[in-house]
Write a protein that binds this ligand. Structure first.
Ligand code: ARG
Length: 474
């Protein structure tokens, strides 16, 4: 069914209908549209555009239609152009011509933005909840490894020893920022476009503030032209997901590496790995690889929408229909990925012996020598040179730093005494970095307990936001 036609002499070509048809993907907005329709209907009755009696029949029909959509009894047909026309058809099938009364005082231009924003609020809250679950899984593993020392890497080369809890919990801190970005999205974008009509506003929606609050929005857009043309909210949502996706890809890469037989730092559970169709011995970290791969898709979706919007004139243009598929795709893919990654991490078994075995390899304690000299007020450039000379001598003689004799040390630098050997162990190196962001065991414990507090706060914020959304959505 089309929502237009009066001024046309002939019917649409099949090619046009096929090209412009969005119902196959925008049907996802149907539950939100029922909610919006119920509130719009009450407003039209209030404005005496629809009589009380007709209002009651339409309300009953809309509620029934909503239930039929939920159960799958009512869905779109081959003739429907978009979710809006499909729902109006459903209403007309139940109430005859009266079904078309709901269209007064609004346009698909403000309707589609309203549905889409409600969809995003609902789904971004779900994404935040899933990120919380992932952080909890990481923290669970972190707490089991507070005192495990691992090699820390820069340039994928041994750099300095670190606490393995520090290594794991870095991801939780990045993921908290992802949740924070979503809360920030909610603060800025929870504004209703309803009452904008086609572009100029609507004579039948005198109080958009009231409708906005009934729909669960925190406010109203200030300008109706901006309200129907703006897709910043969709771009920002795609950007939140793309940044989150990049974080997940880096977690994925780490687990691919750690689960390789070369590293053998972690064993992934059978439930979260796959086999090979030809090599019976294989156990592959496919979830981690998909986490890495899907980031490309999230970035692509963000780019797609930005390119659609670039240079687009204001007021509704049909180009804007291209806003939905990238968003649905990113939302659905991230919601597939998050629980899989959470399960994989929660069920992983870390191999402590292998993790700590090489903590001091690659002369990762050389910085301790430079720092020791710096504390004696030797200029750091000179201290660095001396520590480098120690490494060179060790490499030449096939020994480790703590095996250098007193005279060898002294020869390299007069201030280097045997005392340095007390510092040339991984425990002391880790413990010495004990400021709030450092790798010392107690510093990491304190940072992780701060994370726990933040998570409780986030959980209560998510549930408050959900309450703010109207009945059907929460
Ligand atoms: N299916 C359209 C979309 O998603 C709905 C809005 C259509 N508006 C219009 N003036 N043709 O953008």
């Amino acid at each position: 069914m089309n929502l237009w036609g009066g001024r046309f002499e002939s019917s649409s070509s099949e090619a046009l209908a096929a090209l412009s048809r969005s119902v196959v993907f925008d049907w996802r907005l149907a539950p939100y549209e029922i909610e919006v329709n119920l509130i719009h209907l009450a407003n039209l009755v209030q404005q005496s555009i629809i009589s009380k009696e007709d209002g009651l029949s339409l309300r009953k029909a809309l509620i029934e239609l909503g239930q039929e959509i939920d159960s799958g009894k009512f869905t779109f047909s081959k003739e429907d152009e978009d979710v809006h026309s499909a729902i109006e058809r459903g209403l007309t099938e139940k109430c005859g011509k009266l079904g078309g009364a709901i269209r007064a005082g609004r346009s698909r231009n403000d309707l589609v933005v309203t549905d889409f924003k409600l969809y995003l609020i609902d789904h971004l809250l779900e994404i935040s909840s899933q990120v919380v679950e992932l952080i909890k899984a990481i923290n669970y593993q972190t707490k089991k490894n507070f005192e495990l020392i691992a090699p820390g890497f820069t340039h994928t080369q041994h750099a300095q020893p670190i606490s393995f809890a520090h290594e794991l919990s870095k991801h939780s801190h990045a993921l908290i920022r992802d949740i924070d970005r979503i809360s920030d999205w909610l603060k800025r974008n929870s504004k209703s476009a309803y009452g904008s009509g086609a572009l100029a506003g609507s004579p039948f929606v005198p109080n958009p503030q009231l409708i906005a609050s009934e729909l669960g929005f925190s406010g109203v857009m200030e300008n109706s032209i901006d309200a129907v043309s703006d897709r910043d909210f969709a771009v920002e949502a795609l950007s939140c997901i793309a940044i989150l996706g990049v974080h997940l890809s880096r977690i994925g890469e780490e687990f691919v590496l750690w689960s390789s037989s070369e590293f053998n730092w972690v064993e992934l559970s059978d439930a979260y790995t796959t086999g090979s169709s030809i090599m019976p011995q294989k156990k592959n970290a496919d979830i981690a690889e998909l986490a890495r791969g899907k980031a490309g898709r999230f970035i692509g979706n963000l780019t797609t929408l930005l390119v659609v919007l670039k240079g687009l004139p204001f007021g509704y243009n049909r180009d804007l229909q291209e806003d939905k598929e990238p968003v649905f795709d990113s939302v659905e893919q991230i919601l597939l990925l998050l629980p899989a990654l959470t399960g994989m991490i929660e069920s992983a078994k870390f191999n402590s012996e292998n993790i700590s075995a090489k903590a001091s390899a690659g002369f990762s304690l050389a910085t301790e020598i430079a720092d020791y000299l710096a504390k004696k007020q030797i200029p750091f450039s000179e201290a660095h040179e001396a520590a480098g000379a120690c490494v060179r001598l060790c490499e030449k003689n096939g020994i480790e730093l703590h095996q250098l004799s007193d005279s060898q040390l002294m020869q390299i630098h007069p201030s280097l005494t045997g005392e340095i050997r007390n510092l040339l162990n991984v425990e002391s190196a880790v413990k010495s970095r004990n400021s709030s962001l450092g790798t010392a065991f107690d510093s990491v414990r304190a940072a992780v307990s701060e994370l726990d507090k933040q998570i409780s706060k986030i959980e209560s914020e998510i549930s408050n936001h959900r309450k703010q959304l109207s009945g059907m959505i929460s």
